[in-house]
Design a protein around this ligand. Structure first.
Ligand code: AMP
Length: 222
C-alpha cells in the first residue's frame, strides 16, 4: 500500500504518518528527515542540499527522485510506503506515479492534513526534534519527560534550522505556491481515495479524527 501525507509545514505530517505507520505496519519515508540526516552527517548529499533545506526552499526534483527511487527498492518497502513530505510539487507527483507504476503498483491513498496558520506558526516555533532518531516534540503540548533529552535515545533535542521564525513564513509561502496545487491535482485524480483531516488542537484530537476516517474508509480495522 502506498500512502501520501500532504499539508503545510506544521500540520502534523510527521506525527500522524508515524502513527499510521504503527497502525498499518508500513514504514514511513520522510524526505525531510533523510535530507536533515545527510546534512548532519556532512555527506555529499547533505552538502548539496543544505542551502535549500536551511532556507526553506525546495530541493531540486532530481535529487528527491533518486532518494525515493532507492527507497522503493529497499527491503523495508516490500509491503508499501507512507510518504511524509513527498511529493511537494505536481512534477514530483508525476514522478511518484511513474516510479510506483514501474513497479506494477499504484498510489492507494492521499491524506490531507490542515491547520490554521496561527496554530501552525505556534507549533513550528515550539517544535524540537531529536537529531539522532528524528523523534518530534513540542515544548508546550508534548515536551520530553527528561528536560531537553530525547525520550527514546537520550540525545539532546534541538530546534530545526528552518523552524526559526524568519524561515517559517517563507516555508508557508513556498507551500502555498508550489505544494498547494497538488491538492487539486489529487482531488481530480479518478479512482484515488483522498481523506481530509482537521489537525487543529491537541495531537490526541487529530489522532482520533484520523483514526475515525481510516476506519470509515476501511484502510485500518478495529
Ligand atoms: P520537511 O521536513 O518535510 O518539512 O522538509 C524540510 C525541508 O526539506 C524542506 O523545506 C525542503 O527544503 C526539503 N524537502 C523535503 N522534502 C522535499 C521534497 N519532496 N522536495 C523538495 N524539497 C524537500
Amino acid at each position: 500500500m502506498y500512502i501520501v501525507f500532504l499539508g503545510p509545514p506544521g500540520a502534523g505530517k510527521g506525527t500522524y504518518s508515524n502513527l499510521t505507520s504503527k497502525w498499518l505496519g508500513i514504514p514511513v519515508i520522510s524526505t525531510g528527515d533523510i535530507l536533515r540526516n545527510a546534512i548532519e552527517n556532512g555527506t555529499p548529499l547533505g552538502k548539496r542540499v543544505e542551502i535549500y533545506v536551511d532556507s526553506g526552499e525546495l530541493v531540486p526534483d532530481e535529487v528527491i527522485e533518486k532518494l525515493v527511487d532507492e527507497t522503493l527498492d529497499s527491503e523495508a518497502a516490500n509491503k508499501g510506503i507512507i510518504f511524509d513530505g513527498f511529493p511537494r510539487t505536481v512534477n514530483q507527483a508525476e514522478i511518484l506515479h511513474r516510479l510506483i507504476e514501474n513497479r506494477g503498483s499504484k498510489l492507494d491513498l492521499v491524506i490531507e492534513l490542515y491547520a490554521d496558520d496561527e496554530e501552525i506558526v505556534q507549533r513550528l516555533s515550539s517544535r524540537r526534534v531529536c537529531p539522532e532518531c528524528n523523534a518530534i516534540y513540542n515544548l508546550i503540548t508534548g515536551p520530553p519527560k527528561n528536560d531537553s533529552k530525547c525520550d527514546i535515545c537520550g540525545t539532546e533535542i534541538v530546534q530545526r534550522e528552518d523552524d526559526k521564525p524568519e524561515t517559517i513564513q517563507h516555508r508557508l509561502n513556498v507551500y502555498r505556491k508550489q505544494t498547494a496545487p497538488l491538492l487539486e491535482f489529487y482531488h481530480n485524480k479518478a479512482g484515488l481515495k483522498c481523506i481530509i483531516v482537521d489537525t487543529n488542537g491537541l495531537p490526541d484530537v487529530g489522532r482520533d479524527a484520523l483514526r475515525k476516517k481510516l476506519l470509515e474508509n476501511e484502510v485500518i480495522s478495529e
